[in-house]
Design a protein around this ligand. Structure first.
Ligand code: AMP
Length: 397
């Protein structure tokens, strides 16, 4: 798949709109805990600035539900960009409102304007034509460098591309790199190929799991999503996270895995807590014997050993989603131990998703991964063989 290349755009002295993915994780003090997504966008931004462009940056952050919510302001991102780019970042107080337009009018070549959180506009997630048109009218050229959101048909990702001819839009360097990497991974994965899938919910990853099954040899489930599978197997999971309406779907995933000969691993023990809290009393129990009212918040030591055994011979590992509530030290051990194992392995190791990227960075092994993708959902959809709505309009031909 070849994409419209930023190098073929006539950028000099133009206004260029770059859709970035600055949806970065924040710690409990409101500081950016992992700025990988911001750093990953720098090569495209710098390239445009080097061509004397006036740069308009746009991103979403969190889920503000279509209205202004100061908690999700891009102000911390503007400050981090200022440090990284070593130049002034003008932050608009709205997206397409008076302030953004006034600041846009004053924007000169080599200056950077950052619009406020795109999701302060209800039209963004609705792929709204009017919002897309307003955004498009701010600029001469459009670049998508937001891999992490390219699987969403949103106004600044999909609808906006309809307003630009093929020589006026392109994929940024980050988007190009991600698409190229996953293209190779889909076409020729070195086998055995294992997927480690964790995180909180089955619902978000169910379709991806089903579509991944024909492509992988082994699947290792962790995190909150494991309990829907364990409950379906008839285990008493206490008060652990569960999606009761998806029990049948969980069964379907397990049946499909069996049919396809994919080895499907589930936790055999857990770190169970009396309450969802960093200072709760904890117990290590087998998956069959979680006490009533307790919740499994991490995989246990036997599961770690089992998963290490199962991962020993694999040549490619895709990891998406933490094994437990890694944000709290007590429930981070399973994820940390798996992270060290993955880092030490000689397999090609691919990490996808904000939380998993954050996790490997916290553990300090990010440099040892073969590839850290800035998009969890997007990378899963690519591996399923889907063409992402934000990428389709940028394909040559
Ligand atoms: P996701 O966004 O679906 O990838 O989920 C990531 C989140 O899952 C992290 O914030 C973890 O704290 C959370 N998580 C992982 N394991 C569990 C668990 N056993 N129970 C509840 N939440 C979990």
């Amino acid at each position: 798949m070849e994409l419209l290349n930023i190098k073929n755009l006539d950028l000099t002295k133009k206004k260029v709109f770059i859709r970035c993915d600055f949806n970065v994780p924040m710690d409990e003090f409101g500081n950016i805990s992992d700025d990988r997504r911001i750093r990953s966008a720098l090569s495209t931004i710098n390239y445009c600035l080097d061509q004397d462009c006036a740069v308009i940056l746009a991103s979403h952050l969190g889920r503000p539900k279509g209205e202004v919510d100061k908690k999700y302001s891009l102000a911390p991102v503007a400050r981090r960009l200022h440090h990284l780019l070593k130049r002034e970042i003008v932050l608009a107080s709205d997206v397409v409102g008076e302030d953004a337009l006034e600041k846009l009018n004053k924007l000169e070549c080599c200056e950077v304007l950052l619009l406020e959180n795109l999701r302060f506009e209800a039209g963004e997630t609705k792929n709204d034509e009017v919002l897309a048109q307003k955004l498009a009218s701010m600029t001469d050229l459009y670049i998508n460098d937001a891999f992490g959101v390219s699987h969403r048909a949103h106004a600044s990702v999909e609808r906006i591309t309809h307003f630009f001819a093929k020589d006026k839009k392109a994929a940024g360097f980050l988007l190009q790199r991600e698409i190229e990497f996953f293209g190779k991974l889909i076409n020729k994965p070195v086998r055995p190929f294992a997927a480690i899938v964790g995180g909180s919910k089955v619902s978000g990853k169910l379709e991806a799991l089903i579509n991944l099954l024909p492509k992988v040899d082994k699947v290792f489930i962790g995190g909150g999503m494991a309990f829907t599978f364990l409950k379906q197997l008839g285990y008493d999971i206490g008060a652990s996270l569960v999606e009761d309406d998806l029990l049948e779907d969980a069964q379907h995933v397990m049946d499909e895995a069996k049919k396809l000969g994919v080895k499907f691993y589930l936790p055999v023990d857990v770190v169970a807590a009396e309450k969802f809290s960093a200072d709760s009393v904890i117990k290590i129990t087998t998956a069959q014997e979680i006490p009533r009212g307790w919740m499994g918040l991490d995989i246990g030591p036997a599961t770690v050993r089992l998963y290490r055994e199962g991962l020993n011979d694999v040549q490619t590992i895709l990891w998406n989603g933490p094994m437990g509530v890694y944000e709290m030290e007590k429930y981070a051990r399973g994820s940390t131990k798996i992270a060290h194992f993955v880092a030490d392995s000689y397999a090609t190791t691919v990490v996808g998703g904000g939380d998993t990227a954050d996790l490997v960075q916290r553990v300090g092994i990010d440099e040892e991964m073969s590839f850290i993708s800035t998009g969890g959902g997007a990378s899963l959809e690519l591996l399923e063989g889907k063409i992402l709505p934000g990428v389709a309009p940028l394909i040559i031909g």
